[in-house]
Design a protein around this ligand. Structure first.
Ligand code: TXE
Length: 480
């Protein structure tokens, strides 16, 4: 079976430890490859390569930076089928989803930030008769990018692309649960002629490799996406070291359905917003609030549609829900379904793991699950489950639903379904979230600020936000 390699100083290399970790295919529960069990020695080697490359890369013309990043994008696109199959095999998501979302978005991320090199500008402030200020935006130097397992290449590239576009060099770590497409990206970078050391990918465990990146005194900025608890640990190390921090963390997002919504379309879209990627997207709506007058009608239509969702082999086009990413995560989700019942919830559909036949007999599958009858303050409605599990809660009026929606420690995203324009604006303004969709979900414009408030993170990605995160502004004043 294949042993993945680290990508350090432009080469695919073994970990110093020569040790490897099992990499599982969630759909079969079998080990199908091995990833480097790297440690701080590999991180140091990656840092040294990045530092050596920084002098040249930071002075590479903006046009040449763009051309190389465009070549990386083209390289991924040329190997689309390979990336799609790898992402699906590694994460458990349907190939159809990887083809429609994950890999095309990774290509877009590189193209978007390649072109940003040509348009990113800074400011000057003229003081008539006194002088003029101009703002320089320097790259930071060597930065750390750490990403999760739910949208592996999509989120990995979402950090790496702007970091490189702004002239930084990168030490990056993908999740040890879904390392494969990061490994393929290494090959594409070599083929694209990315200069050695500009990007370094070190595979391995979070509390070993991830920790070593965060603790490294000369890695001056950390861009992280993952769980809130891990984000806390990272912040506790990085903050006293005065590192720049971008933290995209968990969510417990409200879906707010008013009686005047476009009923059929809303049912359809809310099912997608609830269960896409097996519910393993930080932007999924996991708490569905339904206005009282349509509660029973919406519940019936929603549950009926959820029951049509087919769970099965990610390689088969007919299944929309694939495998849960790991045995550990499957058990976490099942424990929350059990908790929901202990807290008085009633399961309207789903609620169990699914045992499939054939090659997926030992895979990790859970039925899409809908639960009602829970208090909005109970643990099931307060804690991030991050799986195909949603709760339904009735509300009387706008004031009540905003209290319930905002009652969690998270504040990442929200969706609002209504045809009342004034109410849409009012609720969008009052809901505690960094991203709000009205009568839609997951419509993404890469120019927009992306991120959450409260325990959903610190800072924003996307557009100029990311270009500013990865640069240090310096104000220079010239006396006239
Ligand atoms: O994330 P972790 P996990 C949520 C979801 C999930 C929970 C944990 O609820 O159940 O987070 O998921 C690296 N120092 N989200 O375990 O542990 C780790 O190796 C430095 C929401 O995947 O946060 C991986 O590369 N790095 C999220 C990355 O951090 C460390 C998407 C994420 O791992 C580290 C995924 C440490 N001490 C899960 N420990 C979202 N917001 O989209 C781990 N890592």
């Amino acid at each position: 079976m294949e042993q993945l390699k680290n990508y350090i100083n432009g080469e695919l290399v073994e970990p110093v430890s020569k040790k490897y970790l099992d990499n599982y295919e969630p759909a079969t529960g079998e080990v199908y490859s091995f990833i480097p069990d790297s440690d701080e020695r590999d991180v140091q080697s990656a840092f040294d390569s990045a530092k050596n490359a920084f002098e040249t890369w930071s002075k590479t013309s903006l046009e040449n930076r763009m051309l190389i990043l465009m070549k990386v994008a083209d390289g991924i696109e040329k190997r689309m089928d390979e990336f799609v199959a790898a992402e699906s095999k590694d994460n458990g998501k349907p190939q159809k989803l990887a083809r429609a979302v994950d890999i095309p978005r990774a290509v877009s991320n590189f193209r978007f930030y390649a072109s940003a090199t040509q348009h990113f500008a800074s400011e000057s402030h003229h003081m008539p008769g006194v002088g003029i200020n101009y703002t320089l935006r320097h790259p930071i130097g060597v930065v750390g990018c750490i990403s999760p397992w739910n949208l592996p290449l999509y989120l990995f590239s979402w950090k790496i692309a702007p970091a490189l576009a702004t002239g930084n060099c990168v030490v990056a770590k993908p999740s040890e649960i879904t390392p494969y497409t990061a490994y393929l990206l290494s090959q594409v970078c070599i083929e694209a002629g990315l200069p050695k050391g500009v990007l370094n990918i070190v595979h391995g465990l979070g509390n070993k490799v991830g920790q070593a990146i965060v603790e490294h005194e000369n890695i001056k900025a950390i861009s992280f996406t993952g769980g809130t608890e891990t984000g806390k640990r990272i912040a506790s190390i990085a903050a006293p070291m005065f590192k720049k921090l971008s933290l995209e963390l968990g969510g417990k997002n409200p879906t707010i359905v008013f009686a005047d919504c476009d009923f059929e379309e809303t049912v359809k879209q809310v099912v997608t917003a609830s269960f896409s990627n097996q519910g393993e997207i930080c932007l999924c709506g996991s708490r569905i609030f339904i206005e009282k007058s349509i509660y029973e009608k919406f519940k019936a239509a929603f549950v009926a549609r959820v029951k049509t969702l087919k769970v099965g082999d990610p390689n088969e086009e007919s299944y929309v829900i694939g495998a849960i990413v790991s045995l550990q995560h499957k058990q976490k989700i099942l424990s929350y379904i059990k908790l929901a019942q202990e807290e008085g919830g009633e399961i309207l559909c789903g609620g169990s793991e699914l045992k499939l036949a054939g090659r997926c007999a030992n895979g990790y599958f859970i039925e899409p699950t809908v639960i009602e009858g829970l208090d909005y303050k109970c643990r099931t409605n307060q804690e991030e489950i991050f799986g195909p599990v949603v709760t339904l809660t009735l509300f009387e009026n706008e004031e009540e639903v905003l209290i319930m929606a905002n009652s969690v420690k998270y504040g990442l995203s929200a969706t609002i379904w209504t045809n009342d324009l004034k109410r849409a604006h009012r609720v969008a303004e009052k809901v505690e979230a960094g991203i709000v969709w009205i009568n839609s979900w997951l419509v993404r414009d890469l120019r927009t600020p992306f991120g959450g408030v409260k325990a959903s993170g610190v800072g924003r990605e996307g557009g100029w936000e990311a270009m500013r995160f990865f640069t240090e502004p310096k104000n220079v004043f010239i006396k006239s």
